[in-house]
Ligand binder design. Structure first.
Ligand code: F0G
Length: 455
């Protein structure tokens, strides 16, 4: 069958408030053309992030009623731990309120001045936590992972030659080796099981712990099943267990492939490291049987982990992204190919080549998507990465716009609507103009800076 059907029925709905193009133009002006400044009620399709924004299942809501809010020894924690360990066989599971809290705890122990930490591509909070500890973060993704048009099946893979050279060069200053599944900052591209195993071997050979950022582990496993020779007949759960069996620990945002609105964890095999992490957890998040979470959140995650490895769900999830990428490609719009797991990325610099990178083609496209269709997306380019520590501004490596897909939230007709908005834009794109930044804060400017459209 060609039609992509959602493998669920809808039991509870949330009304989308319809707006006109004229209203959206005014709202955009009032928000200083920064989409983070919009109220969500003014957005028709919110693709700002896939994080924490998905719909929970009836089983998750039912499980939440069982949430036990005891300060210590909650049975919800036992169910949460069992669900995590069923997929990721680590010794110590330390709950946190979200992924970045797990990173902050990990790098309060492993980070520090003079340390160097490699990854395929560090997500911005991971990089932020490493750098604020005084350590340095390095991205060693394969070359194909930086080329939006390359059709390599595992564009999130680590460049093993560069990793080996990095380990030799930096020696004892490397406290751990990381890999991010899928490679969010590189377009949601997957990492092969073979590559994960090879990275683990290099880390082990140099006596360093191997830590996986597992945010989108189920999507990554689906790609392994589809694309990696010899993996097609295996269950997603088996593949997931294999991926994590070769690591010494993980950080996780349960707001992604935990199917939950909030939550995360840090997992470790090393008892001494785990003891240090728990001490920090008590200081910053909460007692080790709840982290920064309510018991009901732990229940939602435990049930979410059972549901996320369902193949019907993963097939539909990935297929929807592929469908949008195929349709945009057919319209001649440059998109990152192959489709990533959680998002569709548009190469705005190439599509709007009449706009200088320092006039933010990604921002111009993101604003146009909102004005024309009420779609909220996110610029991942010069606005986000252009400002340098010395105050200068340079074009980022790419100017992308990310359409991140919330889980189980929108339907196939929403996907068709997104494509239709792009069809509309094809005719208007040459008239789109760049922006200038009229005000920006000292750090992380993309969240709050003000823009003005250029004539
Ligand atoms: N690692 C990766 C790969 C992520 O994508 C994120 C969050 C985090 C860590 C941090 O997790 O949000 O729970 O603290 N990514 C979201 C996004 C925010 O929109 O891509 P968190």
């Amino acid at each position: 069958m060609r039609t992509i059907i959602e493998p669920f029925r809808i039991k509870s709905v949330e009304t989308i408030r319809m707006t006109t193009r004229e209203q959206r133009r005014e709202l955009l002006t009032a928000a200083h053309y920064n989409l983070f400044g919009l109220q969500s009620k003014d957005v028709l399709i919110d693709l700002l992030t896939d994080s924490g924004t998905g719909a929970m299942s009836s089983e998750q809501w039912a499980a939440m009623m069982r949430g036990d809010e005891s300060y210590a020894g909650s049975p919800s924690f036992a169910r949460f731990t069992a669900a995590v360990q069923d997929l990721m066989p680590f010794e110590h599971i330390i709950p946190t309120h979200q992924g970045r809290a797990a990173e902050a705890i990990l790098f309060s122990i492993l980070g520090g001045a003079g340390r160097n930490i490699p990854n395929n591509t560090h997500f911005d909070t991971t990089r932020g936590n490493i750098e604020s500890s005084g350590a340095r973060a390095f991205d060693l993704v394969i070359e194909e992972g930086k080329d939006p048009a390359s059709l390599h099946p595992f564009k999130g893979n680590m460049d093993l030659t560069r990793l080996e050279a990095f380990m030799v060069e930096h020696g004892d200053t490397v406290p751990c080796v990381m890999i991010t599944l899928t490679n969010n900052a590189g377009g949601g591209q997957p990492v092969s099981l073979e590559n994960i195993r090879a990275v683990a071997l290099i880390a082990r050979a140099h006596g360093k712990p191997f830590i996986i950022d597992g945010c989108r582990f189920a999507e990554n496993a689906w790609f392994i099943k589809q694309r990696e020779p010899g993996q097609g007949d295996r269950s997603i759960k088996d593949i997931v267990r294999d991926c994590f069996s070769c690591a010494d620990g993980m950080t996780m945002s349960a707001k992604k492939d935990g199917f939950a609105n909030i939550g995360g964890w840090l997992a470790l095999n090393d008892g001494e490291l785990a003891a240090l992490a728990r001490a920090k957890l008590i200081q910053t998040e909460g007692f080790p049987t709840y982290g920064g979470l309510a018991g009901r959140d732990l229940e939602a995650i435990a049930q979410g982990l059972v549901e996320i490895v369902d193949e019907d769900y993963l097939r539909y999830r990935i297929r929807t992204n592929e469908y949008i990428v195929e349709r945009l490609d057919a319209l001649g719009i440059p998109v990152v190919k192959p489709a990533g797991g959680h998002a569709v990325f548009i190469d705005a610099r190439r599509w709007l080549s009449h706009i200088d990178p320092l006039q933010y083609p990604g921002q111009a496209l993101a604003c146009a998507l909102y004005e024309v269709g009420g779609i909220r997306s996110c610029e991942i380019g010069t606005v986000m990465f252009g400002r340098q520590p010395d105050g200068s501004e340079v074009p980022a490596m790419m100017d992308l716009v990310r359409l991140a897909m919330p889980r189980r939230t929108y339907t196939q007709s929403h996907a068709d609507y997104i494509v239709e908005v792009f069809e509309e834009l094809v005719a208007q794109k040459d008239a789109l103009r760049g922006y200038r930044i009229s005000w920006e804060p000292k750090m992380m400017r993309h969240f709050s800076c003000h823009f003005e459209p250029l004539d």
